[in-house]
Design a protein. Sequence first.
Length: 318
Amino acid sequence: MMRLDALLRRLPESHYKKGTVQNDYKKKISELRGEREVDYPLGFLDDKDYLILHNVRLADVNGYFQIDTLILTEKYILILEVKNWYGTILFGENGQVTRVGDDQKEEGFANPIPQVKTQLHRLQKWIRSRGMPAIPIKFFVVISYPSTIIKSTSPNNIIPNEVIHNSQLFFQIEELSSKLPPSGLRMNQLINLSEQITRCHVPPTENILGKYNLSMDDLIKGVVCPSCMGIPMIRAKRKWFCNKCNHSSVNAHLIALNDYKLLIGDIITNRDSRSFLLIESSHVAKRLLKGANFKAIGSTSKRRYELTLNLNNQSTSL
């Protein structure tokens, strides 16, 4: 999300990829809203009985598999595959899924049931490989928005029982917990398993410029004004000044260096920082990088700095 945010700031309005990035940004916002919708009913579960993990990404012999939400209980493990579908969702023949939007435009989607069954199979093998006792694994496909209509195209096409609305989630989990017998696992074993999963979680890495076939030359350089988002600010008298709104700042360069880390990489040189911040003096660049307490690597002539995200100064505005 922060990478998309930074990229939107740095792409000119006239750039031919601007619309594509904006659409992806809106989709990401929709995903985050959908996750929050699902978090609400999960908040009613007793945390003494349920361990909840979000956005789990694990490695196996076939690569990586990702699970939106994973719930561990003494009776079973539950996989939640969250779908941020809106409009009308039609389940047709051969498992075909079609979304009809407000504009009556049709859009086809892969049937989520085989996808989740594959996740279930891979998770079972992953748990077994760590010597854990067998435990039943169940799943639901959760439609995050309650206004979404779920229908079948004909009486012969059955909507899978595992496909549920977000509003049903808490009650379906309670019903599942009441029906299944104890598995023999105890909470301390589940805590151990959740810690193993957390340790083995591999966050996805993304070269966002490569994803959109962009380079440094496509980006707007300079320091962003934290007040009006104007770019670039001017450096004078150890401060940054905005010509658009007259705002001044001591540390506005931290937002720009955050953008550099998100879009380009963790390592920056004095020369790279001057080019990106649009400053001429190597002494000023050195003072800014040292003042931000970034770790210095190498000798004076080839010194590089390891950037860390400064979230307190990270703007999240379109």
